[in-house]
Ligand binder design. Structure first.
Ligand code: ADP
Ligand code: MG
Length: 235
């Protein structure tokens, strides 16, 4: 009896890992597919190169996810690096652009140069999840706006949409594993869990401001870091 219980607990862990791996991996694979489709439709060599570059980056991201989960490598092993937030968010915008177009959503960005410290993979994954949710929240035509700026020594990043919004009860459920309002679109309710995890790892905070029927604004505040390594004086 005891053994049966343990086995079922183990199975639960395995199925949770499987669900989050497939959730995270679906993104880069869908993106790669989208950019390969675009590639087949253009003869402009510059555009071809751009599409190949993004498809390659996204395949690398999928590889990274597999390595990270399936070898059970400790996440701390990945040394944090200095990230130019505007550049990374520019990447996120480029990756999500075809998905936005498919959903008739205008993707806008206002990005000021600012620096944060963390894992490039986690940072991209976090904002891809937020932008994806924002696009999915817009029912007909609308916009999603990504901003980043420096404010009182911190890096403030916001993702705003004019979509369906959330009531206080829904906001409370954000980040609860498997909580999803997307029955038809096969939501997994894991995207926000990944977001909260990254914000936590980067010692940041997440604020949600939402009005049902009007839209939602997610604001992530992260500690800023120096653009260049500091020259430290000894003694
Ligand atoms: P999923 O997208 O698979 O449903 P997530 O963890 O990414 O799972 O999101 C959980 C839930 O949070 C969504 O199902 C949705 O109800 C809500 N949500 C997240 N972002 C937004 C947003 N921008 N506007 C409205 N609701 C949102
Ligand atoms: Mg989601």
């Amino acid at each position: 009896f005891r053994q049966a219980l343990l086995l079922s607990e183990k199975m639960k862990v395995v199925s949770e890992i499987a669900a989050s791996v497939s959730h995270e991996i679906r993104n880069p694979l869908t993106t790669t597919m989208g950019f390969l489709k675009l590639l087949s439709k253009t003869t402009d060599p510059q555009k071809q190169q751009y599409y190949v570059d993004i498809a390659t980056e996204e395949i690398k991201r999928a590889q990274h996810i597999i390595t990270n989960y399936l070898t059970f490598a400790k996440r701390e092993d990945e040394a944090p690096v200095r990230l130019q937030a505007a550049e990374e968010l520019g990447y996120v915008t480029a990756v999500m652009e075809p998905y936005a177009q498919m959903n008739q959503v205008e993707l806008r960005s206002k990005l000021e140069p600012c620096w944060v410290e963390g894992s490039r993979h986690d940072f991209r994954q976090c904002f891809i999840n937020l932008v994806k949710n924002a696009i999915e929240a817009v029912p007909q035509t609308g916009f999603v706006e990504i901003r980043c700026l420096m404010q009182r020594g911190a890096v403030v990043i916001s993702i705003e949409d004019n979509g369906v919004g959330m009531d206080p009860e829904q906001i409370k459920h954000i980040g609860t594993p498997y909580y999803s309002s997307k029955m038809a679109q096969e939501g997994t309710g894991l995207g926000m869990l990944i977001v909260l995890n990254m914000v936590d790892l980067m010692k940041g905070r997440l604020d949600i401001c939402s009005t049902p029927g009007k839209g939602t604004k997610f604001t992530i505040t992260l500690p800023a870091c120096e653009p260049q390594p500091e020259i430290r004086q000894t003694g």
